[in-house]
Design a binder for this molecule. Structure first.
Ligand code: 3HC
Length: 317
């Protein structure tokens, strides 16, 4: 079989929704696209723990602290799940960490914004995890088996994340005027960065067309962004707070909400490392990596000692 036949056969599998598994032949670009996307997704989960970790010690009740701790632990698990999925493609975990710490690999822009009040914990759960769900549900049907299967478990946990966030916002909006104002302020600061999470517009996206052909993406960036806007607008109305976009209005003809122009200059500045918290986030990640070196060394020493002992025993038998 020549290369063209093999590549044709691969695309036919994709077109028939036959899952691609680690041991299957795949074009190198398919492999590299998945390592890039899954690696950046994993980095987003790990860095995404930082803005919320900022509020663990200041949660207003034990119940809120427990829910926030559970959510942050989930995010860590999502990251480990996704690093493992990337490893099935031959990615090296330490290299992925290195690329994150040196700025070579990206993570979601949204995590470069500060979390200034407790209401931000509500907005992050409601909007950021809400956007993540919009983006991740279709990924459950990703053509690459390990990624799609990881997404099924992750999406179940994301729905708890979003629900607890929305409930925080609801309690604040039904609270005192100061509490409601705090919720409005959080919506004002997280609305536009949440829309940016879906990536650049389709006419600018470098990867969408090919990722759709390969069944990695099932929808385009703009399609998922629109679904998110259509979901959130009625929820904000129920909360009684206003989306900071005067152009939001129902378009009967499109059967969608129209919304205003996103500041793509801001988006690309944040992606390039010039956001409000990029430096702080990377410093925290590098410090955590360096502080954890002794744990990695101890675990490696323990594992190699026990491997040697079991080898000696098996040789003695
Ligand atoms: N932040 C940072 N970089 C972004 C970005 C964002 N929000 N959106 C796009 N980019 C980057 C892309 O990585 C790409 O750069 P690269 O070629 O150097 O990787 C460039 O901008 C062009 O964008 P494309 O749309 O062409 O790139 P993709 O096809 O990869 O689409 C994506 C971007 C929609 C984010 C896609 O990568 C994706 O679906 N990733 C998986 C889901 C994910 O990572 N979500 C992030 C949030 S995870 C999360 O929120 C955790 C939750 O628990 C809170």
């Amino acid at each position: 079989m020549n290369v063209i036949d093999i590549e044709t056969g691969f695309q036919e599998k994709i077109d028939k929704d036959i899952r691609i598994e680690p041991r299957d032949w795949m074009p190198d670009n398919y492999r590299q696209t998945l390592i890039r996307q899954i690696g950046q997704h994993a980095h987003s989960e790990i860095v995404g723990m930082l803005p919320e970790g900022n509020w663990i010690t200041r949660a207003p009740s034990l119940k809120r602290k427990v829910a926030l701790l559970a959510k942050i632990q989930d995010e860590a698990g999502h990251g480990l799940y996704l690093y493992s999925a990337a490893e099935t493609l031959g990615a090296d975990r330490d290299q992925m960490y290195e690329e994150l710490h040196t700025g070579k690999a990206k993570y979601s822009s949204i995590f470069n914004y500060p979390t200034l009040t407790w209401a931000d914990m509500g907005a992050v759960g409601w909007l950021v995890d809400g956007a993540a769900i919009q983006n991740q549900i279709p990924l459950c049907r990703c053509s690459y088996g390990p990624y799609g299967r990881a997404m099924v478990r992750i999406c179940k946990e994301e729905s708890f994340h979003q629900r607890q966030g929305y409930e925080i916002m609801l309690v604040l909006c039904q609270g005192t005027p100061v509490q409601k104002a705090m919720a409005q302020d959080a919506l004002n600061r997280f609305w536009w960065p949440s829309l940016m999470m879906f990536g650049p517009p389709d006419d600018v996206s470098t990867h969408t067309a090919q990722s759709k052909r390969w069944g990695i993406k099932r929808f385009t960036n703009d399609e998922l962004r629109q679904r998110f806007v259509d979901m959130i607008v009625p929820q904000a109305a129920h909360l009684g707070i206003t989306i900071p976009d005067p152009d939001i209005k129902w378009n009967e003809e499109r059967q969608h909400y129209d919304y205003g122009q996103i500041n793509w200059d801001e988006f690309w500045q944040v992606v390039k490392g010039n956001g409000p918290c990029n430096k702080e986030r990377m410093e925290a990640r590098v410090k955590a990596w360096e502080d954890g070196a002794w744990v990695r060394e101890a675990a490696t020493a323990y594992a190699s000692k026990h491997t040697n002992v079991s080898n000696q025993k098996s040789q003695a038998v």
